[in-house]
Ligand binder design. Sequence first.
Ligand SMILES: Cc1cc2nc3c(=O)[nH]c(=O)nc-3n(C[C@H](O)[C@H](O)[C@H](O)COP(=O)(O)OP(=O)(O)OC[C@H]3O[C@@H](n4cnc5c(N)ncnc54)[C@H](O)[C@@H]3O)c2cc1C
Ligand code: SF4
Length: 553
Amino acid sequence: MLVVGSGASGGWAAKCLAEAGLKVAIVEAGRPQSDSNFTEHKPAFELKYRSMAKEIVRKTRPIQSVFDVCNEYTQDWFINDFDEPYTTPADKPFNWMGRLRMTGGRTNVWGRVSLRFSDADFKAASQDGHGENWPISYSDIAPYYDLVEKYVGVTGMAEGLEHLPDGQFQPPMPLTCQESIFRERVKAKLGRTVTLARSANLTRPINGRGPCHYCGPCERGCVTHSYFNAAFTTVPDALNTGKCALISNAMVHKVLMDPATNRARGLLYVDRVTRQSHELSARVVILCAQSQESVRILLNSATREYPNGLANSSGVLGHYLTAHVRSGGGSGDFPTLGRKHTLGGPVKPVGIYVARFRNLKGQPPHKKFLRGFGYEGESSIDFNFHAPGFGAAYKKAVLESRASLDVTGFGEVLPRWDNFVEIDPQVTDIFGIPVLKIHMSDGENERAMIQDMGDSAGEMLEAAGAKNISTYAHPSAPRWALHEAGIARMGADPKKSVLNQFQQTHDVKNLFVMDASGFTSNPCQNPTLTIMALCVRSCDYLMTELKRSPSLA
Ligand SMILES: Cc1cc2nc3c(=O)[nH]c(=O)nc-3n(C[C@H](O)[C@H](O)[C@H](O)COP(=O)(O)OP(=O)(O)OC[C@H]3O[C@@H](n4cnc5c(N)ncnc54)[C@H](O)[C@@H]3O)c2cc1C
Ligand code: SF4
């Protein structure tokens, strides 16, 4: 079995298959990750530029560093944007961030918010008529959510919401006083649920991983392995079976086909260090390289039989790109309630989540947009850097602590044909592999939803008694993305989809794509828990099929 990528999906695929006794190779473009690279306890003054020179990071990673998890501590984990570019039309800028090249992929730096989807998501098309239903229901995936959550370790509070199902939670991290006030008043006055952001941070030890000790910057790694990162969980589990090999620095160029049998026979990859090309052979090929990268591989694997991209007899490969909009939200001041800002105190790495409250079952539909959005947020205590004045009075005022709470909307983007990726025939990366051209922009639905994100943030902050409230709602341009999905979508009809419900390509039976590119839509909840649960479900199917027919005929 060849698994391309070692992140959220690839780690699970390798673990499931190797633990079942199958021989697996993980083919990973990045370098091996190790605890010795983790710097969560390293103070900024030990860095060459004191973590103050964003321009230095921008020189090689102007796109990756738009999101501050790519910084002086972590920049080497990310691609060099000039070595591995992509293109966009001039009027549709798109920030493709989170392009990690380390074992563990994006799970090295992810925000860890782990939320289930529900039938309100899987069957949304039946409710509002847009797009397609998923080929699965909540009951198909629920046992896999259970399995993944128990292994990952998700801190959370049960709320009993049908559209945001509860999971197998570890005990919740506490809310701050300001977050508790917000939760209680928003529920009492507006009936909306504010809960702990269900998050892949441990509050109890599991599998040799320690509980979180509240040091704060999870995106720099964690020597106690207290958040979920494939690099120190699923991937080592797979390797420890003795059945799995990790091939690092291996940039997959294409899937190799045997036209006589219409089967994938292996992979062609470029060694990132030597720049030499190599071939690998296998019974089954599973792409888990993150949505755009997996689809780039399929588009670059075109053959005479599949001239528009491998497994693309439907013509939908590359289309229906979705990624959350998150450019509406707000913030406000709250009483400090005696808490003072300290440097070096404990930092809770998990904030709050406001569950979706628009267009739910039994509600009148919103007049301006379909689907919905949730908010991530947090409260913080800081020095009062905005204090007016100067001199001694100013110094005193600055030291007065100020508590604030902010919320940022995460909204569903409707799958649309004209949001798509294709190969740009004019441009290659430094390995000679043709790059993607990404066409993505907001539609009317997104614009109306972003406006409501800003307005509703203000409404909730007011209901909670916040002062100095400010809100924002601006178009998402450049298009901003870390949760991309949908460009090799699953479906029951091979004419309208690339994958079946087990993420097996309709066209080539021994070729699977187990990352978010298979999502039929991209609900407002963060995607990764569902990526992992679907991947385990698809691996179960694959193993059953292999028993039935070893050649997957
Ligand atoms: C800053 C940030 C915050 C996020 N916060 C959240 C959150 O709070 N909640 C949530 O649910 N999700 C979050 N995400 C998204 C989450 O990280 C991804 O959904 C998830 O990691 C995707 O899993 P994956 O397996 O598809 O890809 P990845 O985890 O990115 O793994 C893909 C791997 O494939 C490798 N690869 C790529 N191309 C090739 C190739 N051609 N050949 C070989 N290997 C290749 C890469 O090097 C990488 O290691 C966040 C992401 C980022 C960047
Ligand atoms: S805050 Fe917790 S999970 Fe994050 S790096 Fe520190 S100990 Fe690890």
